[in-house]
Design a protein around this ligand. Sequence first.
Ligand code: GLN
Length: 453
Amino acid sequence: AHLDRIAAVDGQVHAYLHVDAEGALATARAIDERRAAGESLPTLAGVPIAVKDVMTTKGLPTTCGSRMLEGWIPPYDATVVRHIKAAGMPILGKTNMDEFAMGSSTEHSAYGPSRNPWDLERIPGGSGGGSSAVIASFQAPLATGTDTGGSIRQPAAVTGTVGTKPTYGGVSRYGLVALASSLDQAGPCARTVLDTALLHEVMGGHDPLDSTSIDAPVPPVVEAARRADVAGMRIGVVKELGGEGYQPGVRARFDEAVALLVERGAEVVEVSCPNFDYALAAYYLILPSEASSNLAKFDAMRYGMRVLPEGIDAPTAEQVMAATRDAGFGDEVKRRIILGTYALSSGYYDAYYGSAQKVRTLIAQDFARAYEKVDVLVSPTAPTTAFKLGDKLDDPMAMYLNDIATIPANLAGVPGMSVPSGVADEDGLPTGIQILAPATKDERLYSVGAALE
Ligand code: GLN
């Protein structure tokens, strides 16, 4: 049924970069046979899933939305993909994304943007807009995402779906093509909070192949989603997130969601996190710095594309590298590599990268102080509903501002979730509420998220 749906609508939505009908059907049939033989199977066995194209899939193309990796077939599975296969879930295909996960709209994909199923002239969020779009258009019930600054939560908000960025280290990063290693975190995307929890459970857990993986069981997210209980919970509304620059309809739906939580027995207070005002600036130094280092591996020798410079008989390795990067990387990727190498260069390192790291500590301290008073924090997920394709493409700063509410969680490593909060009156488009919890307390996201459904 999902393959039929893909055939019917993905020509318009363009959420998949690659569909593996044969592989998905083979897994589905194998699961049917095992079920018929009376075997007891994992909860999600036979439930199809779409995988963000930043995750390596053995034998299936993995491009990260870049020309640089066009035609590359990874020889191994990311740990999350291994978990998905062990759970018996057919992989329908790989989803579109901004190149190397840099962006908030999928417009930076080298393969063209995905479209928001609510309005095909609008963006489905980014970088994981392919994953949110497949879910919102019923081309898959579940999808994976990665969230470095909001790439799971913002796409969820603008497509009326659910997405979680787990605690940093809660889901293995092994086999995810790294954007910024200290910020990247993989997580689940779905249409309901319980579905999201079920996938979170499959994806998470300790992995010796990732040195930052938390050596503890997955938090009890499914149980929390089923109980949906917020009675007696203390909830903090972040003062710095939700004022100026937030669309009135986004704000109105957020206020209603908070009122609903009070009705369900939660205690709500306002909490100030003053250093969140500097989160975006710190992020756009730390992320490019780490990205410029991580992307250095695309040297025309090891992976993917190789371009020989024209008019040179015996080019040096450096000349091949330069020609390949020139042709293989898009403008946004080049912009961030330049920003990152500049921020890390001697003479500027302390002023830029060093200062950003200090701000990061202050933001973590803001969270720690807030969590002394409350169990979770809430804010609108994104300041606006889905904008029109092309609207922010020529203005990187306007694009970056879309992540203003989601970035603090990545800088501090705490978990966050976006849950639909209704549609804005002015444009009829979906909005989301963001829930943030202390590190390793991911289950609280699901208690609050499920209480809002
Ligand atoms: N939109 C943000 C950025 O462009 C977040 C990206 C992400 O989370 N991968 O960096």
